[in-house]
Design a protein around this ligand. Structure first.
Ligand code: SF4
Ligand code: FE
Length: 478
């Protein structure tokens, strides 16, 4: 297993093409726009080597019997699923940010299960290829991205009907030794600081759309791949050398996302895990989505623990912590946050074995988890802003606070409770600002799929016919 420093060094050996605001970034580890996200992912590597977290953050490989980072593990029982959620909460508490590695983790578990089922049904040979790849990932402790979402173009049209065929990633050539792919994957978390991209289809596909039914892995620096790193709310503060104004300078506010462009990228057959089997595209999407939705009551409650702590501390700093309505609002934040944790633990403990023997969380409950995140996190943020006060939106800059002429006024007029340093109050407010304004909230809405995607799954999984039959029986209707 690698530790955080070894992970950083491993990234320095790669040469991915990465652009941010038109600038080509040659070192993602050091660049101020990306470094916090690297730090958040590095924290996972460090925690796996820390005796306090080691048990939670490591597992035993069912392939090799060796100790591995849990983020490369294939879940072997319901306890593995529960431990994943506990681990995500623990890491969220340490980073207060998205640590990104879960996406590839979930992609690997989904691909493992689906390739097994596909081979059994169709006599293909994808699973063994994937297992060989997985062994390398486990051995080298690699972080693959989970690259699923296509740009999608006109949402009313299917992949094969788009005016521009590249709006869904597709195969442009099948060769003796591999395939060539073209297109892009959008909003890909942690993509610029991953070692590999594990690419999957994004939607159900039908006959005639075989070129879009493709799953494979490539190194991030494979020829033809480029990354355009996204902007985030207030991200210029990171590059202006600020620390306090950034809120969470070490780990950032959310995971770093990028548009990953594939310009005729060659993939050798041994790294291709689905190629033309349209009927397995949707099952793979559903499997991955359920795994990722399972997570959100883990990582978000860990991050929420920090936010609730920041709010309680700012209430102390502002002299409001004994007011009954503040205490009630903090209780409500705790209720909303722990409800999400309950959901994640429930879908995990109700997990079951799939044909490959690998475990899968209860899909209905996992989708409910993420659907609750899309509203509870907004309500938690609303309560946090209510308690913090309008000062959240009007604070002078860190530069003014440190200015020889203006600093004394900031110090004097932003002082609240006498024995709390003004700077401490400002630090907490900046952290709360980062966690509740802008990009972080949008991630809670759309990360792991938009609410409508969960509602569709909910309709599919909730068995309304069975519920109707129950009611008719009780009502005496034959
Ligand atoms: Fe992991 Fe949460 Fe980030 Fe998704 S949002 S990658 S589950 S930390
Ligand atoms: Fe996410």
């Amino acid at each position: 297993m690698m530790n955080g420093q070894q992970y950083r060094e491993s990234l320095k050996k790669l040469k991915p093409k990465v652009y941010y605001m038109t600038e080509e970034i040659t070192d993602v580890v050091e660049h101020p726009a990306i470094a916090p996200h690297v730090n958040a992912a590095a924290k996972i590597y460090d925690m796996a080597c820390d005796p306090v977290y080691e048990e939670l953050c490591t597992a035993t490989s069912h392939l090799t019997g060796k100790k591995i980072n849990r983020f490369t593990h294939i879940h072997q029982n319901a306890d593995d699923l529960v431990n994943k959620v506990k681990m995500l909460r623990a890491i969220g508490q340490q980073t207060a940010s998205c640590f990104q590695r879960c996406v590839g983790f979930d992609a690997m578990n989904a691909v493992y299960q689906i390739t097994y089922e596909m081979d059994k049904a169709k006599g293909t040979n994808y699973h063994q290829r994937f297992v060989d790849y997985l062994k390398v990932v486990q051995e080298k402790d690699l972080m693959p991205s989970g690259s699923m979402t296509d740009p999608k173009g006109d949402r009313s049209l299917s992949p094969g009907q788009q005016a521009d065929p590249d709006l869904y990633l597709h195969i442009v050539e099948r060769k003796k030794d591999g395939i060539v792919v073209r297109g892009a994957k959008a909003h890909i978390t942690g993509s610029v600081n991953s070692h590999e991209h594990l690419v999957m289809p994004t939607t159900s596909l039908k006959e005639g759309e075989e070129d879009y039914a493709v799953c494979f892995s490539v190194p991030v620096d494979a020829p033809g791949i480029l990354h355009i790193f996204g902007r985030q709310t207030n991200d210029d503060r990171k590059c202006a050398g600020c620390t306090i104004d950034v809120g969470n300078p070490e780990f950032g506010i959310v995971g770093g996302e990028a548009l990953v462009v594939f310009e005729d990228v060659f993939v050798p057959w041994e790294k291709v895990f689905l190629c033309g089997e349209v009927e397995y595209a949707y099952p793979l999407v559903e499997r991955f989505a359920t795994f990722h939705r399972q997570n959100y009551g883990g990582c978000k409650t860990g991050v929420g623990d920090v936010l609730i702590g920041a709010i309680a501390a700012v209430a102390d700093a502002q002299g409001t912590s004994r007011a009954a309505h503040i205490r009630e609002k903090i209780s409500e934040m705790i209720r909303l946050s722990e409800t999400l944790y309950c959901c994640s633990i429930a879908c995990s403990s109700q997990g079951y074995a799939t044909p490959s023997c690998a475990y899968y969380p209860d899909p209905l409950l996992a989708n409910i988890t993420k659907l609750n995140v899309t509203s509870n996190i907004y309500e938690i943020a609303r309560l946090a802003q209510d308690i913090a006060g309008g000062v959240l939106a009007t604070l002078p800059s860190e530069k003014d606070m440190k200015d020889p002429k203006l600093g004394k006024y900031v110090e004097k007029y932003f002082k609240s409770v006498a024995d709390v340093p003004t700077e401490n109050r400002i630090r907490l407010l900046r952290l709360i600002e980062g966690m509740t304004c802008g990009t972080a909230l949008v991630e809670s809405m759309h990360g792991a799929g938009s609410p409508q995607a969960m509602r569709i799954m909910l309709q599919r999984q909730a068995n309304l016919e069975m519920k109707k039959a129950l009611a008719q029986k009780i009502a005496g209707i034959s």
